[in-house]
Design a binder for this molecule. Structure first.
Ligand SMILES: Nc1ncnc2c1ncn2[C@@H]1O[C@H](COP(=O)(O)OP(=O)(O)OP(=O)(O)O)[C@@H](O)[C@H]1O
Length: 246
């Protein structure tokens, strides 16, 4: 059997939420009340434990749904898988090129044109100049932006913006697809084409991971599920063997 595509072992991650310094007004009042003793705690940070002991392995062909209530750690786990966040402890190894769609508009410049922004986004994804040039005609065509492609993105409607980001993000070859909800954006005509493209990408990736609140997607496009609650794993395994309905 070939090596797993994703191995996550005992992942834990805390977010710093409030430093004692950030609570300065409350601090000042408190500090006076306790006669200055709070100063001793000035470097302390209040944290939230967003991931607590997450382990799983995904093989070639697996389609994982991550489900759980708001704040259960889904997006945080996706960011760890995409290499955006480092876990505090534990280890994640991903074999292959990851497309995450989580940081789509990262680096976007509002005064720059659609074309210039596409180049920047692809460069940030690690593509070389000739690879970028080769992809642009298809991105222009799929986005349907026509002349708007040459205008600053500050002139775009939100639908146009979504077209630009989606067309660019899905123009990149990927081994491992990591998504926060199913991407679809824009007007009805574009949503139809975008959905078809998402389906194709989702089924052609070696491994795909989707965080979702949509039970229908879990049943129809995924074979495995990880159920999170307050950052802890409640269940990981095959959708067909999982307890409860989504
Ligand atoms: N940047 C941040 N700073 C501090 N705390 C954060 C940050 N991002 C998330 N959290 C906290 O971490 C926990 C997990 O959040 P996360 O966004 O991963 O949950 P989620 O399951 O994706 O939620 P949702 O379904 O609402 O998108 C929550 O308690 C949240 O408040």
């Amino acid at each position: 059997m070939s090596a797993p595509v994703i191995e996550a072992e005992h992942l834990r991650l805390h977010y710093p939420v409030l430093s004692m310094r950030a609570r300065s007004l409350r601090n000042a009042v408190l500090n006076r009340a306790v006669g200055g003793r709070l100063l001793k705690a000035k470097h302390e940070t209040v944290t939230v434990l967003a991931l607590d002991g997450i382990s799983f392995t995904l093989e070639e062909g697996d389609r994982l749904a991550i489900i759980g209530p708001n704040g259960s750690g889904k997006s945080t786990l996706l960011k760890v898988l995409a290499g955006i966040y480092e876990p505090d402890t534990g280890r994640v190894s991903v074999r292959g090129k990851v497309s995450s769609f989580l940081d789509l508009s990262f680096g976007l410049e509002h005064e720059a044109t659609g074309r210039e922004n596409v180049k920047t986004m692809l460069r940030l994804k690690g593509l070389k100049k000739d690879e970028i040039e080769a992809r642009i005609p298809e991105i222009v065509a799929f986005s349907g932006l026509e002349n708007y492609f040459e205008l600053p993105v500050r002139t775009y409607s939100s639908g146009m913006f979504a077209r630009l980001l989606f067309s660019t993000a899905t123009a990149i070859d990927t081994d491992v697809l990591v998504m926060d909800e199913w991407l679809s954006a824009g007007d009805a005509e574009f949503v139809e084409r975008a959905t078809a493209r998402m389906n194709a990408m989702f089924s052609s990736a070696r491994v795909a991971v989707l965080a979702t609140h949509n039970p229908k997607l879990v049943d129809t496009v995924c074979n495995k599920v990880l159920v999170l609650e307050k950052g802890k794993p409640l269940y990981f395994g095959l959708v067909k063997d999982s307890p409860g309905n989504f």
